[in-house]
Design a protein around this ligand. Structure first.
Ligand code: G1P
Length: 294
């Protein structure tokens, strides 16, 4: 069995839903409480046993490279001032056994194209794809749950979630048969279908474990929904010859690519924060009571 060792982080998107915050800063660097979204995604990958992180990045994304790089000046300054806790937060962004690879995607041609850019690093191994703007709060991390499914079935696994009918057209949507509670054998996947053409209301979230055969399909993939090379379309082709499962993960997903989803994540992560949670809950209650007396 081939182990899951590599994860791809497509971070070349323009983040238009979050302008003007994303005019000069990548959406993946937006913080939730005290960590940027991309760090949550990287930590999730590491928790699933991933050792190589491949970032496919574009223009204006230099701060992502810097975030995972060594920050000599800052570290020296914090060390000299004896600020050990802050120093640890800066140094321990990733454990030392994890390495990062950065690939520049010159043109943002779509998610499928971004994943294809990682082919030279991945070769003939299975790999994970994580979209950092989908943030999942769970006891066992979402990718680690999916890795368990992969280790048992040795095939591609997509993270899926039931969504409201009016949300269906924003996602890749699956069709298939139930194998057991939470696990689906997929025979369809459609990118952003209108609700009357959707095979179900089960949406793919930004978590994928894919077998390397996806690259051959991506290499021949033309433009799809939104004029972009879609990962979903290549998965649909791969499904004809290779098994693909859909897994309904345990946990709560926040769509941090949308303003409301992002605010909800701040609230949920803020309230659960070990140092800030109790005070934040008081502040939140206070704000709500002010609202109700207005
Ligand atoms: C992408 C994928 C889509 C998936 C979604 C999950 O869409 O193309 O299939 O359901 O991520 O967040 P995007 O959000 O980039 O439009």
């Amino acid at each position: 069995m081939t182990e899951l060792r590599t994860a791809v982080f497509p971070v070349a998107g323009l983040g238009t839903r979050f302008l003007p915050a994303t005019k000069a800063n990548p959406k993946e660097m937006l913080p939730v409480v005290d960590k940027p979204l991309i760090q949550y995604a990287a930590e999730e990958a590491v928790s699933a046993g991933i050792e190589t992180l491949v970032f496919v990045y574009g223009r204006n994304k230099g701060s992502i490279v810097d975030h995972f790089d060594k920050a000599y000046e800052l570290e020296t300054e914090l060390h000299n001032k004896g600020k050990q806790e802050m120093l640890a937060a800066v140094k321990n962004v990733l454990p030392s056994h994890v390495s990062c690879v950065f690939i520049r995607q010159a043109e943002a041609l779509g998610l499928g194209h971004a994943v294809l850019c990682a082919r030279p690093v991945i070769g003939n191994e299975p790999f994970a794809v994580l979209l950092a703007d989908d943030l999942v709060l769970s006891e066992q991390s979402c990718l680690s749950q999916m890795a368990d499914v992969y280790n048992y079935h040795h095939c591609s696994v997509l993270g899926i979630e039931n969504v409201a009918e009016d949300q269906v057209s924003s996602y890749g949507v699956i069709g298939g048969t139930s194998l057991k509670s939470g696990l689906w054998e997929l025979d369809q996947i459609v990118e952003k279908p209108p609700i009357d053409q959707a095979p179900s209301t089960k949406a793919v979230i930004g978590r994928y474990i894919l077998s390397h055969e996806i690259f051959a399909h991506l290499a021949n993939q033309g433009k799809g929904a939104g004029g972009e090379i879609q990962l979903t379309d290549a998965i649909a082709k791969m499904m004809k010859s290779k098994r693909v499962l859909g897994y309904e993960f345990e946990g709560r997903r926040f769509d941090c690519g949308s303003k409301l989803g992002y605010l909800q994540a701040q609230l949920a992560y803020g309230l659960q924060h070990p140092d800030l949670g109790a005070d934040f809950a008081e502040i939140a209650r206070d704000e709500l009571s002010k609202l109700s007396t207005q």
